[in-house]
Design a protein around this ligand. Sequence first.
Ligand code: DXP
Length: 252
Amino acid sequence: MFYDFQPQSRFLLGTAGYPSPDVLAQAISASGTEIITVSLRREGNAGGAFRELLKSLNTRILPNTAGCHTVKEAVTTAQMARELFNTSWIKLEVIGHADTLQPDPFALVEAARILCADGFNVFPYTTEDLIVGEKLLEAGCELLMPWGAPIGSGQGLRNIEGLRSMRAWFKGIPLIIDAGIGAPSQAAQAMEMGFDGILLNTAVAKARDPVRMAGAFASAIHAGLEAQQAGMMERRDMAAASTPIFGLAEFS
Ligand SMILES: CC(=O)[C@@H](O)[C@H](O)COP(=O)(O)O
């Protein structure tokens, strides 16, 4: 459950950098997503026509604060997004450095505290750090969005053991992998590990065929969720015969 919403699809899609608005609309349709994220700053540049297109797509809009570097910028952007899109949802990004695009955990927690107290449902873009995650929950966030890898890098699950620890530590808290996913197999792996959803943008927007890639990610995310819910076998260090030896004829 992502706040008050239980989506069928666990695929959350970004809307930046597509070759055209038409390709974006087709990719959203092929992805089966019910939640799209929109950067207020970029959207603001593109104007009202883009906003009208997004509103016509029959998906929930999760505005984001991409490009914000301070608490003040992020809070102001979130407040503008609430008015523009008529939603209390906000994907909170407070970036620590323009080159790494790594979240600033101190500013993130402070901004989350202010926005939660102001009635927002905050989706915080964070790292796999457990203490930062705890502080975000204390601030009032009901879910966390750990990165897979730096935004736009396509590196996949860069710290897989850290993400495993995070999944185990925050039992029952929805965790959505956000950013750095480059291939459908990486998204499937995250779902198999027990994550609740995948948010990505670049891997679809910059694919040679974004519409087809959106479909590929949709299949992979669905497969990963199915595997997770079916109960995966435990990994073993040693072999275990898959064929029973009971009843075999004895030769002497
Ligand atoms: C679109 C968005 O909200 C960002 O968090 C980010 O752009 C997603 O990361 P990738 O582009 O690496 O998928």
